[in-house]
Ligand binder design. Structure first.
Ligand code: 6PG
Length: 480
């Protein structure tokens, strides 16, 4: 046995991760794929990598030094279970199976438990950064046991992206914690993408700028506080001209957004945990709405507003949109971190929020300059109750909220859908409200279902005899 790490599954992500591993000092990489053609392709195209290639899973396992460590890079779902079962039969006590796919964290919890019962280590590791990240340095979010991380940590650190001198990897928490945090990462990714898309739409419809001109706006934004990978690539997408028609590519791409499921999982999980991730939810719903051609076609003649956005000063309007984007982005991250806190509490994970913000600074899809501010906020106050209340962010919102409101008003007046901008603002105003109309909801619940309520001025649980003489009685039940 010569290899200190192995990769199973050599599609693009797996191949790139294997090449990344092989390029780092100290690693000898075993590779295996169910159909050997892919393995041959990888080894013949990259002779520089000196892989230890195997044609059978037995050979692959035999090529690994103990504790054997193998990263599975296959499509999440049944394929993952099949490979885990094969490896589990051949691995021995203390060996480590890593799932680097986008697995649902509850599957990871289940798989970790089963592996542990057999004396094996199972680590669900979220890996972000797409194909390029896998090759040159992703952000890695491993869960699993601390024992497994002792062996795995240095290997992952060797291939992770580096941000401000630190590798973008940390032991997130036990069992499914890594995949949970990767799921929230993707949820935030959805919100970020939708917000950028809304900003584009507002600018285009508000100012009549061409995609190429908007590309310049985004490139400019990318030099300031909004600097991020997603803003950068949006500028590139906007600048692209379709070779066939000569039109901007964005005008040729069908406007129906797909998804592979992680955004939906984030929202489903947040609903179960009772965490309002409204920005993420609106981003998921916006993709769903876009992908309903029949409903959209049937609705295309529905009445719209008589006004359009009256933009007298395009530069001022664009600056307003930039500020609205920044404010909404703060909300999306604040909601995402709320979900992490709730998940950690519910599943018993000790997740360090500041560490998560740190490992998202490089390699991953949501990498952004702004993550430094989140890291600082949690460093200053690890118990921060809502990210948006950290002094830096409170100040940022103070400087942007008027613009944010103007943008949402203009969008509503002009009939431009901005679900993520608008819902983030509604969430913000809900959070800061002195009194919420939830008291009405409680009154209604008590009226029709005797669900009871609490009072602001004394302890206890109360019910009004709505169908009787409407006196109030103290009740045994809870108001929830
Ligand atoms: C990443 C990405 C990656 C993948 C998403 C895309 O962090 O590298 O999030 O995991 O591109 O799964 O998700 P959708 O297809 O659902 O947009």
């Amino acid at each position: 046995a010569t290899a200190n790490i192995g990769v199973v599954g050599l599609a693009v992500m797996g191949s790139n991760l294997a090449r990344n591993l092989a390029s780092r000092e100290g690693n000898t990489v075993a590779v295996y794929n169910r159909s050997p053609e892919r393995t041959d392709l990888l080894t013949s195209e990259h002779p520089e990598a000196e892989f230890v290639a195997s044609k059978t899973i037995e050979e692959f396992v035999a090529s690994l030094q103990k504790p054997r460590t193998a990263i599975i890079m296959v499509q999440a779902g049944k394929g993952t279970d099949a490979v885990i079962s094969q490896l589990s039969d051949l691995f021995e006590e203390g060996d480590i199976i890593v799932d680097g796919g986008n697995a649902l964290f509850t599957d990871t919890i289940r798989r970790e438990k089963a592996a542990r019962e057999r004396g094996l280590n199972f680590v669900g590791a979220g890996i972000s950064g797409g194909e390029e990240g896998a090759l040159n340095g992703p952000s890695i979010m491993p869960g699993g046991s601390a024992e497994a991380y002792e062996t795995l940590g240095p290997i992952l650190a060797s291939i992770a992206a580096v941000a401000e001198g630190e590798p973008c990897v940390t032991h997130v928490g036990t069992d499914g914690a890594g995949h949970f945090v990767k799921m929230i990462h993707n949820g935030i990714e959805y919100a970020d993408m939708q917000l950028i898309a809304e900003a584009y739409d507002l600018i285009r419809r508000g100012t009549g700028y061409s995609p190429a001109q908007i590309a310049d706006v985004f490139a400019e934004w990318n030099t300031g506080e909004l600097e991020s990978y997603l803003i950068e690539i949006t500028a590139e997408v906007l600048r692209q001209v379709d070779a066939e028609t000569g039109r901007p590519l964005v005008d040729v791409i069908l406007d129906q957004a797909g998804s592979k499921g992680t955004g939906v999982w984030t929202v489903q999980t947040a609903l179960d945990l009772g965490i309002p991730v409204s920005g993420i939810a609106e981003a998921v719903f916006a993709r769903a709405l876009s992908s309903k051609p029949a409903q959209r076609a049937a609705s295309s003649s529905l009445p719209g507003p008589s006004e359009t956005v009256a933009v007298d000063d395009p530069a001022a309007f664009i600056e307003d949109v930039r500020k609205a984007l920044y404010a909404s982005k703060i909300i999306a991250y604040s909601q995402g971190f709320d979900a992490i806190v709730a998940g950690a509490e519910h599943y018993g994970w000790d997740i360090k929020k500041g560490e998560i913000a740190k490992i998202w600074r490089g390699g991953c899809i949501i990498r952004a300059r702004f993550l430094n501010r989140i890291t600082e906020a949690y460093a200053e106050n690890p118990g921060l109750v809502a990210l948006v209340t950290a002094p830096y962010f409170t100040e940022a919102i103070a400087g942007t909220q008027d613009a944010w409101r103007r943008v949402v008003v203009s969008a509503v007046q002009a009939g431009i859908p901005t679900p993520a901008f608008s819902s983030s603002l509604a969430y913000y105003d809900g959070l800061r409200a002195d009194r919420l109309p939830a008291s009405i909801v409680q009154g209604q619940r008590d009226f029709f279902g005797a669900h009871t309520y609490k009072r602001i001025d004394k302890e206890g649980t109360f019910h009004t005899l709505w169908s009787g003489d409407r006196t109030e009685i103290e009740s045994e039940g809870s108001s929830h």
